[in-house]
Design a binder for this molecule. Structure first.
Ligand code: NAI
Length: 495
């Protein structure tokens, strides 16, 4: 057994077990099980139901960590209550930092593009761990809730490097970076800046960047112009589903969550409770995700043989009920899988077949368990100095009333009040009475005497915080720092 690659297998909830069974039947017939041993693990709704809020047993975690590979069906997230999405938990816990999805036109799957003769064939690489998916949320005042959006330099570097390496391995020559750096100048700005930096190591690949809204329009108008797009987490999530729509829906989109040690391969759709147990579900997305797994471990030949059989099946008009434009009566999940099995060794006729390499070449090493968490760092030689602080205050005072009180409080401190904003828009010292406000202000204090930069440290800002807290409810405190002389904070709108 030791010479086989071990893969943790979680069939999932809803349609998960049906489509996983179909994929396993195809794998068995194609000889995958001679090289891979699948180890079933307990995850999903049955585990949540026992009161386990992670939705996975300790044995499941141990098996995934040992194998370094997980092939999973869709899993339901308990709505409300404390249970978080098991899918997001898995990616974050095991450091699967890049989500890779391939969107391609498939024979027999009619879309507006296939009817117009426009081929769609591109990849989306989505950062998988950071951004608003950190899930760091707080209620700050009666009316305001915050979600903290974290973008880190090492996180950006990981996903960009993965994108360029994958593009190079796939023979692609152009990678686009999608972003909103025109508005989120610091967070998306960092994502874009690191894209350009990492690109320097891949001079053979052409690069472009595109603002996310324009990207969405371009993808719909001219999808054939894209080969690979790399995006932050939330934007990547949305663009991935938009892209799935271009090729016929979620049933055809495979997905791999790649980390340095542990990778997870899963269908992008959910548990489809409306058709679960009826034998109608389309296993294509899960099967294509399984082919990404085979290629990940070096089984390029077997993956190509199965993919060609899938293409030939679709080309012959065999399809499940969710496929638009099919010419035959829809097949059930099992009949569709049997169609693929019958066509193993065949290629599509009117559609480019995948080249089949001579042989498989297994090249996968299971994780080497680290003894402590790995600290990632990109910038290590930076000099930073505190120059003030932003305090976030829960109050219904007007901007002028608030400013008068705060100016009195900071009179005898090294700081002066320089700006008040509400929902990010400046309302003091200047602003418009037409700016509608809520019960949550940002107030900015900066050093009176710039000569003190570098001499103060954090202490005086904490003393100021205490003074302000005697009079107001503080919801957040943010020191203002210069990093190598550059401000590490944004201006308010209108400042
Ligand atoms: P869904 O993707 O399960 O279903 C949306 C629609 O697409 C339904 O009409 C369904 O019948 C259809 N559909 C989905 N996959 C199909 C397939 N393979 N063949 C044929 N039709 C298919 O999305 P929904 O309803 O929003 O979510 C249901 C559950 O799935 C929720 O608990 C959600 O949290 C979970 N989910 C899990 C994911 C994962 O495990 N990665 C991803 C997305 C949702």
């Amino acid at each position: 057994m030791a010479d086989k690659v071990q893969v943790a297998l979680a069939p999932g909830d809803g349609i998960g077990p049906e489509i996983m069974q179909a994929c396993m039947a195809v794998f068995e017939a194609a000889g995958v099980n001679e090289r891979i041993e699948f180890l079933e693990v307990e995850m999903g709704q049955r585990v949540f139901a026992t009161g386990n809020t992670r939705g996975m047993s300790d044995e499941a975690i141990e098996t995934i960590e040992r194998c370094g590979l997980l092939y999973k069906g869709p899993m339901g997230t308990p709505i409300g209550g404390g249970g978080k999405s098991i899918n997001v938990t898995l990616r974050k816990t095991f450091g699967a930092f890049a989500n890779l999805r391939h969107f391609q036109s498939l024979p027999g799957v009619e879309t507006v593009y296939s009817r117009a003769g426009v081929p769609v064939d591109f990849y989306v690489v989505r950062e998988n761990i950071e951004d608003t998916y950190g899930g760091i949320e707080h209620r700050l005042t009666n009316d305001v809730i915050e979600c903290k959006r974290l973008i880190t330099a090492p996180g950006c570097d990981q996903v960009h490097r993965f994108a360029f390496k994958t593009a190079a391995a796939l023979g692609l020559d152009h990678v686009h970076c999608g972003h909103k750096a025109n508005i989120m100048k610091m967070t998306d700005g960092l994502f874009l800046q690191r894209f350009h930096k990492v690109a320097e190591d891949f001079p053979q690949i052409q690069i472009s960047d595109v603002i996310i809204d324009a990207l969405c329009m371009n993808l719909v108008l001219r999808p054939q112009e894209y080969q690979m797009v790399v995006l932050p987490n939330l934007q990547g999530d949305i663009v991935s589903d938009l892209a799935a729509g271009l090729v016929g829906g979620l049933g055809f989109a495979p997905s791999a969550n790649i980390g340095d040690q542990i990778s997870i391969f899963e269908a992008v759709h959910g548990t489809a409770p409306d058709i679960a147990g009826k034998g109608l579900a389309n296993p294509t997305s899960l099967l294509l995700s399984g082919l990404m797994l085979l290629r990940h471990v070096g089984m390029h030949k077997t993956a190509a043989v199965i993919e060609n059989a899938l293409l030939a099946t679709l080309e012959d008009g065999i399809h499940t009920a969710d496929v638009a434009g099919g010419k035959r009566e829809p097949a059930g999940t099992t009949a569709f899988a049997n169609g693929i099995i019958e066509r193993l060794g065949r290629s599509p006729r009117g559609f480019d077949a995948k080249p089949v390499p001579e042989s498989d070449a297994i090249s996968f090493t299971p994780p080497n368990r680290p003894s402590v968490n790995l600290l990632m760092q990109t910038f290590t030689q930076v000099v930073s100095h505190v120059v003030g602080c932003d305090l976030y205050i829960d109050t219904t005072l007007t901007p002028l009333e608030l400013a008068e009180k705060l100016e009195r409080i900071c009179e005898s401190t090294p700081f002066k009040l320089t700006m008040i904003s509400n929902r990010g828009t400046q309302v003091w010292p200047s602003g418009s009475v037409y700016t509608e406000i809520v019960d949550y202000y940002r107030v900015r204090f900066e050093l009176r005497d710039k000569h003190q930069i570098g001499q103060l440290g954090q202490g005086p800002t904490i003393s100021l915080l205490s003074k302000v807290a005697e009079k107001f409810g503080i919801t957040d405190f943010q020191p203002l720092k210069l990093f190598d002389g550059q401000p590490g904070y944004s201006l308010a709108q209108g400042q």
